[in-house]
Design a protein around this ligand. Structure first.
Ligand SMILES: Cc1cc2nc3c(=O)[nH]c(=O)nc-3n(C[C@H](O)[C@H](O)[C@H](O)COP(=O)(O)OP(=O)(O)OC[C@H]3O[C@@H](n4cnc5c(N)ncnc54)[C@H](O)[C@@H]3O)c2cc1C
Length: 389
């Protein structure tokens, strides 16, 4: 039976990063991936600039565009472009981005088998048996990086109800000129879908458009998607749009992401920012923390992985908790939020700093609290004056 120190289930950003880190520290690691690579993954592919702080190799070759800010709208109406003088985020296509991460992992020494879904894991005498395709593999540790619908998470937390954002996303081919017109900003519409937002992200020769509702079930999401698309000038005349749905597992409350020799990373651990729905950065970062802990256990002969839960509680959970509070306000009052940005555009720059990693959600939340009272008064006043016109 093929035997490894670690088997990583899933070859997305979390799995590829975990394998890269483990292989780099001399550990015998195998990634088992369900799909054949390169594979499509429904995702906006917006990569906040803070990724530069954590990745250990260049991703330049897969960056489609670099954006400097956001064009905000409210239910397709109005329009407010807030551009920065510095980059805020990169746009990537997930097939190319994820393949690059896998190629870095294999260059570092990880083994990769794609087109091989893991069907089950069971405790064995010395670690675990993993059945995948028609084979059985043996390992000491398992990294669950199999995303929002993964099998590893279900084996750890079969009872837990998750907080899942409903989403639809489409890649739409357009003339490069249309992309050039969009090139330095993303379009975000608040209120296009209840408790969420719609987006258009520029890529080479295409626009990625989608919607996500951050408050659980959204009835007939297609209706909101079609309505939003109809209102986007750069997509006028595009008739056939092939969209895909996929859950986004938002962080809600911390739960242990380790049990015996199993450790969950990325979407499998619900490590998605509940305000923006950003998951790629957190997939990479959680995988780095998890692999440091697994590597330590292997090198010292220990077996306790629970230090990972502590690292998450220190670095990521305070961020997610603050993002969740912001999300509750913004998606309950999207119009007020839009008006607030119009009134105080410098708030957007403060948020861009969170995306750049120059600031944090916890700091942004404090900044919002200090101005909330005066802002609410002036926004309400402006709305009342408008109604009385
Ligand atoms: C519509 C949409 C838009 C989004 N937009 C953004 C965005 O703009 N920016 C951002 O940062 N995040 C975005 N996200 C979130 C982001 O896509 C995820 O957070 C990110 O992909 C998580 O990476 P991961 O490696 O944990 O999981 P995944 O990328 O889902 O990778 C999991 C991998 O595991 C494989 N797998 C699953 N089951 C098995 C199995 N049984 N055996 C073997 N392999 C298996 C899958 O095939 C997949 O390759 C979006 C999500 C959605 C749905």
């Amino acid at each position: 039976m093929p035997t490894y120190d670690v088997i990583v289930v899933g070859g997305g950003p979390a799995g590829a990063t975990a394998a890269y880190e483990l292989a780099t520290s001399g550990i015998n690691v195998l990634i088992l991936e369900k799909e054949r690579f390169p594979r499509y993954k429904p995702c906006g592919g917006g990569l906040s600039l803070k990724i530069d702080r954590v990745l250990k190799f260049s991703i330049k070759e897969v960056i489609e565009t670099t954006v400097m800010g956001v064009h905000f709208s409210y239910q397709g109406k109005n329009g407010l472009s807030i551009l920065s003088d510095r980059p805020v985020a990169y746009m990537v296509m997930r097939d190319r981005f994820d393949s690059l991460l896998i190629s870095e992992a294999t260059k570092a020494g990880a083994a990769f088998i794609d087109g091989t879904p893991v069907k089950g894991i069971s405790a064995a005498k010395w670690g675990y048996e993993v059945s995948a395709g028609d084979q059985t593999f043996h390992c000491r540790y398992i990294v669950g990086a199999d995303g929002a619908n993964g099998v590893v998470q279900r084996s750890l937390h079969p009872q837990v109800t998750r907080s899942v954002a409903a989403s639809l996303e489409a890649e739409i081919s357009v003339d490069q000129q249309v992309v050039d017109d969009h090139n330095h900003y993303v379009h975000i519409d608040f209120g296009a879908i209840p408790s969420g937002y719609a987006w258009v992200f520029p890529k080479r020769g295409r626009l990625s458009a989608g919607i996500a509702g951050f408050n659980g079930v959204v009835k007939q999401p297609r209706r909101y998607f079609d309505k939003f698309i109809k209102g986007v000038p750069s997509l006028h005349g595009v008739d056939k749009i092939d969209h895909k749905g996929h859950p986004i597992p938002l962080f809600r409350t911390p739960q242990p992401l380790t049990k015996d020799g199993i450790i969950l990373v990325g979407d499998a651990g619900n490590l998605v920012d509940p305000f923006f729905g950003e998951g790629i950065y957190y997939a990479v970062r959680s995988a780095q923390m998890a692999s440091a802990v697994v590597s330590e256990a292997i090198h010292t002969g220990g077996s306790d992985l629970s230090r990972y839960d502590k690292l998450l509680a220190h670095e990521l959970y305070p961020e997610f908790k603050a993002a969740r509070k912001i999300s509750q306000v913004v998606y309950t009052f999207p119009m007020i939020w839009y008006d607030t940005l119009a009134e105080r555009p410098e708030l957007a720059e403060k948020y861009y700093n969170v995306l750049r990693g120059d600031s944090r959600y916890t700091i942004f939340l404090k900044e919002l609290k200090t101005i909330a009272g005066s802002l609410i008064k002036s926004v309400i006043k402006r709305n009342i004056l408008q109604l009385l016109k």
